[in-house]
Design a protein around this ligand. Sequence first.
Ligand code: SAH
Length: 368
Amino acid sequence: MKAQPTLITEKKPLLGLLPEELTEYCREIGEPRYRAQQIFRRLYAADAEVRVAEFAAMSELPRALREKLTETAQLRALELVRLQESTDGTKKFLFRLVDGREIETVLIPSEIVEENGEPKRLTICVSTQVGCPLNCQFCATASLKLKRNLTTGEILDQFLTAQQYSTKPITNLVFMGMGEPMLNYDNVMKAVQIFTHESAQLLGPRRITLSTSGLVEGIKRMADENSPIKLALSLHATTDGLRTELMPINKKYNLQMLGNALEYYYRKTGSPITFEYILFEGVNDSDEDARRLQRITRRFPSKVNVIPFHPIDFTNPEGIAKSLKPTSDAQFQSFIHRLRELDVTVMIRSSSGKDIHAACGQLALAKE
Ligand code: SAH
């Protein structure tokens, strides 16, 4: 692949524009409507041959236009700084943004393989903010605080660039990287609109999952807009006392409010909900927790993704964060068994990419 041209702030970013916006842009620079279609096809192509690195390579455009675009418009939103690969095949990308800030993106092959030995799914874990303001005690990204929201183009480009480094098509996308997607709602949903756009066809809506720490307004908005993507809620505790300690956002939106918002969402969309539940030894892994978890999740069709805690010692945590430990394998299995006895649908989230700090909650731009 060709080296990517350096990003320049003054240029007009084209990534993130919808077809109608690209048409408007072409009108402004005196170009006909069909040019917008040609550019759109190049901008959002998963295929490396079609998705060129420079306007100069868009051979179907007249030379003068290619030169004009090179002078005034930005083709890419990200520059790849580093790519690390885990022993399990997980890849972690470090990207630099136009303002010099950095984010991480993770590409995870599923453990389940097809007959030809290829992974069944290839999931991209996309960041939505530089850092995060929410201060969840177990999450490494919290140590960065919030720097800013990502633009729609920066969200899309994580997928597009990662795709260029993979021979297999990316099949699924989760908004579970750095940041709280509900706090960047408009840019995230516009990215979804483009990912799923009939002229781009990068992903189907049911292959996209938004994970939230529980921002009630966002959940209700997704319900009211009848959003076609899937919703996951980071629960992690079954009592308000513990949840507030682990996730300060629980002070604003407690378990009762969350349960009501999720029920509202289910009634409006008919879409089941995934609960994410990290197991911390001796903190939230008891039989009583399993019973309370069942009561919380049975109000509507749902499943629970149980996640092993990935330690974040490299961020030098303080307070309760310092004392959090992963549940032992035996207790992990027994907790899952207990939930299944209670008729809860349970999935176990793998810890892909732990050796390169690419597992859930480990994204923190640590200079390794
Ligand atoms: N802000 C969103 C999305 C980012 S977090 C949210 O809170 O859902 C993506 C998932 O990783 C969440 O379920 C989160 O709780 C989990 N996670 C965070 N830190 C983790 C850690 N140290 N170990 C395991 N999972 C973690």
